[in-house]
Design a binder for this molecule. Structure first.
Ligand code: FAD
Length: 312
């Protein structure tokens, strides 16, 4: 079997390498080629070491999906892969879907697992807000994307052979980029995320969550109403199917009911702690540890105890 990995940024090759390792552990060795756009060949070389395979590189600072997908199509014609795999970023989904559309092959987004059964590959996709898995059996060749940060990044090996390719021009041109208001720490990168919900009565009270996050070296995230309706936190902090997906070591959901649209985006957290005054709140179904308490009573005590523990 042959796999073509498609990454709009070279660092995504390391994530795709994680998928590849998982695939090989189930389906046996696969032949691999990769395609990435990178600001320089050196940058591409560094990350090609993760996939240890021939890597086609388009050297460019900024690329659009239409350019990438046309270049990827040429590579598909050269390499004839059984699988075309990208990362489910906005660009990744578009590029891989365009390739699949042009080739008339099946396309599956956000594949969380692969199974080899009776000589066939079965692809698992989380559905119903993460409460169910649909199992898909595509005819090969097929195309798919994997969620960002889903697969463990393996150790890099030796850099692969680099083949420089030219990008066709895009039908889009960039007019300008306007920076948005940003939260302090990126919740997608943070190892600890303190999630705040409508259990907080006013914006000033979020200071307790900020303090907790600072003590644990983490970031504050929120449910949709906190960002979208109350505007207490920027959209960058919004967690959920219409916000960000996170994979921290610890997620604390405080005053959050646990709607599937929120929880499906935190299920990859190693540990989930819920604090809610309603013992029947759905969030407890997802939590490893649950605290039934009024957050206004619990948080000051918890923060104080933590200070004592951490010596702060
Ligand atoms: C298409 C669609 C997409 C959506 N996308 C998202 C999304 O991406 N992200 C998202 O978060 N939501 C999303 N939602 C909304 C989602 O369904 C919920 O409405 C939302 O997550 C609820 O936010 P919440 O838990 O903060 O508020 P609530 O549901 O109002 O829950 C507040 C919780 O706080 C508890 N509480 C109240 N006071 C206290 C206190 N003093 N101490 C302790 N606990 C207390 C209550 O018991 C309650 O459980 C989406 C909905 C739809 C229809």
């Amino acid at each position: 079997m042959k796999v073509l990995l498609v990454a709009e940024k070279p660092e995504l090759l390391s994530e795709l390498a994680g998928f590849l390792k998982d695939l090989e552990s189930k389906a046996g060795p696969v032949e691999t080629a990769a395609f990435t756009a990178a600001p320089s060949l050196d940058e591409a070389r560094k990350f090609s070491a993760y996939v240890a395979a021939k890597t086609y590189v388009a050297v460019a600072e900024r690329v659009f999906p239409d350019q990438l997908s046309k270049a990827a199509l040429d590579i598909v014609d050269r390499e004839n892969p059984d699988l075309v795999i990208g990362v489910a970023t906005k660009t990744g989904n578009e590029v891989v879907a365009r390739v699949a559309g042009a080739k008339g092959i099946p396309m599956m987004t956000e594949i969380v697992d692969v199974e080899a059964r009776d000589g066939a590959l079965l692809f698992h996709r989380a559905v119903l807000g993460g409460r169910a898995i649909s199992v898909l059996k595509p005819a090969l060749p097929a195309a798919a994307t994997i969620p960002a940060r889903k697969y463990e990044v393996p150790q890099p090996g030796e850099p692969g052979e680099l083949v420089e390719v030219q990008l066709p021009s895009s039908a889009l041109s960039l007019v300008k980029v306007e920076e948005k208001e940003k939260g302090g720490v990126n919740i997608e990168e943070a190892e600890v995320v303190i999630g705040v919900g409508r259990g907080f009565r006013k914006k000033e009270d979020l200071a307790m969550a900020e303090e907790l996050a600072n003590m644990l070296g983490g970031a504050v995230g929120c449910s949709r109403p906190i960002a979208a309706d109350y505007h207490w936190l920027p959209e960058d902090a919004w967690i959920g199917i219409s916000g960000k997906k996170i994979r921290p070591k610890l997620y604390m959901a405080i005053g959050i009911s646990g709607a599937p649209q929120h929880m499906s985006a935190v299920l990859d957290a190693k540990v989930i702690v819920a604090v809610n005054k309603d013992k029947n709140a759905p969030v407890f179904q997802y939590a490893d540890y649950g605290v039934v308490a009024d957050l206004y009573q619990f948080l000051p005590v918890f923060i104080q105890k933590l200070k004592e523990k951490l010596g702060g």
